[in-house]
Design a protein around this ligand. Sequence first.
Ligand code: KIV
Length: 301
Amino acid sequence: MASSNKITAPELRARKGRGPKIAAVTAYDATFARLLEEGGADVLLVGDSLGMVVQGQPTTLGVTLDEIIYHGRAVARGSERAHLVGDMPFMSYQTGVVPALEAAGRMMKEGAFEAVKLEGGALYAEHVRAIVNAGIPVMGHLGLLPQSVHAMGGFKVQGRTEAAAERLVADARALEAAGAYSLVLEAIPADVARRVTEAVSIPTIGIGAGPHCDGQVLVCYDLLGMYGELKPKFVKRFAEAGKLVVQATRAYVDEVARGEFPGLEHSFGAPKELKPAPEHTGAKPVVAGTPPSYGPASDES
Ligand code: KIV
C-alpha cells in the first residue's frame, strides 16, 4: 500500500501557481533513491539518461524498456515518499498508440512507477490520451528531446525563434489537453519557458529552462558533481562528490597496499576451539566469539 505521505501526481499538479516549487531529480538505484529522498526530493525520475550516466553510452537511444523497469524497481525499493516517474525509452512509444499503451502498462505493473514520461508534443497527443485514459499519469517533455538528438543536430538549445517558441506553446497546450499532469521543459530560453509556463495550467519542470518554471529537475550525477562527460551551462554542481569518491578510493588503495586495512576492528573472530593461526603466516589472532555474520549496520564488532 502507498505510504500516507506519498507525493502524488494530482498533488504535484495542484502546486501550480501555489507552490512550493517541485524539486525533481533522477535516480537509478535504491541507495541513491534513499539518499535523494532523505534530501527532500519530491520526484525521483528514472530517466533514460541512465544510458549515459550509468551505462556510459554517448546518447539515451540504447536504453531498453526492460532496463527502465529494472531500475524502476530498484528505485521503488529505496524510496517511500517521493513520486516515482519512469522515462519511456526510445522506440517504446514512437511506433504507435497501442505499443505506447502496452509499454506504459508494463512500466506500471513491473517497474513500480507512478507515472511515465515521454518526449514530444502534439504528435504524441493521442498516445498521451490513451495512456492517461488507462489511469496512468503522463509527464510530457518538450524543448531539447534527447531521443531526437540526431534529428536536432546534437544536444542544442531549442525554441530560439519566434516560430519555434510558438510551436512549444502549442505543443504544451496539446499535451495538457490530452491529459498530461506536468511537463518537462529542457534547454530552452528562460523567456520562452515563462511563456509556456503561463500558457498551461499544469506545472512545468525545467532543466536548462530558467527560473520561471514551476519546478526543476537535474540528473543526480550532475547535481552531485560526479559526471564529467558533458558540462551543460545549466548544471549547478551542489557538491563535488566525484572528487570525494576518488579521494576515498585512493585512501583505500593506499591502506590495502600498506597492509593497514583491514585492521582487527574490521575482522571477524574465530570460535574458541579453532587453533590459532601459525606464527609463520604473520596473521594476527582475532578476538574469539564474534558472530559469524555481517551483523547490523552499526559500529558493533
Ligand atoms: O532522462 C532524463 O534524465 C531526463 C531529464 C533530464 C529530464 O529526461
